[in-house]
Design a protein around this ligand. Structure first.
Ligand code: AP5
Length: 195
């Protein structure tokens, strides 16, 4: 089983590249951002509570996202492997994920971190906000607040996995295609190690 974390700040291309990866490698995509937006669209209490944080560019409380991921892992026992997108975003979430996977006798294979300069992140997200209707892309202030939240709370997750030699940086400021090629090289190696 290959379990990947696609890591990186808002706008680094996690969602875009996850779509390519699931198509090529048949992994199951788990995006906490998408799961939360589904809850909001369905006007579920969890979604409405989460929206208060998301609209400020802040992280949703750990217990909410850990609970969502735990249910999805239980629902998808037969998956060939998972790609986690936007999770874990705090050290507490990383520790919880490690425990959940250990219960299923598996673990994270590799964290692939998309490295993109901040001015490019801001440009991409403000562009996407023009067409996507995502409320958290609506202003430069909100986009910057998300990047600050990433540096303060999410960047330490890198150290958590680096300790185990499972953290790798990938240049993410090229085209979508060239970034996917770099990711594919890494994933091909992981897949071949497991055959
Ligand atoms: P989430 O949905 O996870 O958003 P995010 O991390 O802010 O990431 P984005 O979707 O903005 O960016 P991305 O890296 O996926 O880039 P994308 O491929 O879309 O989270 C939203 C909110 O939910 C959080 O702020 C938080 O409140 C909450 N939340 C979610 N998970 C949580 C958790 N675990 N704990 C607590 N709270 C949580 O690309 C962006 C744009 O760039 C697109 O338009 C794309 O077309 C373009 N693009 C991509 N790659 C390239 C490229 N190579 N060249 C040019 N353009 C590109």
């Amino acid at each position: 089983m290959v379990n990947l974390i696609l890591f990186g700040p808002p706008g680094s291309g996690k969602g875009t590249q996850s779509a390519n990866i699931i198509e090529k490698y048949g992994l199951l995509h788990l995006s906490t951002g998408d799961l939360l937006r589904n809850e909001i669209e369905a006007r579920k209490p969890l979604g409405l509570e989460a929206k208060k944080f998301m609209d400020q560019g802040q992280l949703v409380p750990d217990e909410v996202v850990i609970g969502m991921i735990s249910s999805k892992l239980d629902e998808n026992q037969d998956a060939r492997g998972f790609i986690f997108d936007g999770f874990p975003r705090t050290t507490a979430q990383a520790e919880a994920l490690d425990k959940l996977l250990a219960l299923k006798k598996t673990s994270i294979s590799q964290v692939l971190s998309l490295e993109v300069p901040e001015d490019e992140l801001i440009k991409r997200l403000l562009n996407r906000g023009l067409t996507s209707g995502r409320s958290d892309d609506a202003s430069e202030e909100l986009v910057k607040a998300r990047i600050v939240e990433y540096h303060n709370k999410t960047a330490p997750v890198a150290d958590h996995y680096a300790k185990f030699g499972k953290f790798k940086k990938i240049k993410g400021d090229g085209t979508v295609e060239s970034t996917f090629e770099l990711l594919s090289k890494e994933i091909d190696e992981l897949v071949s190690e497991r055959v």
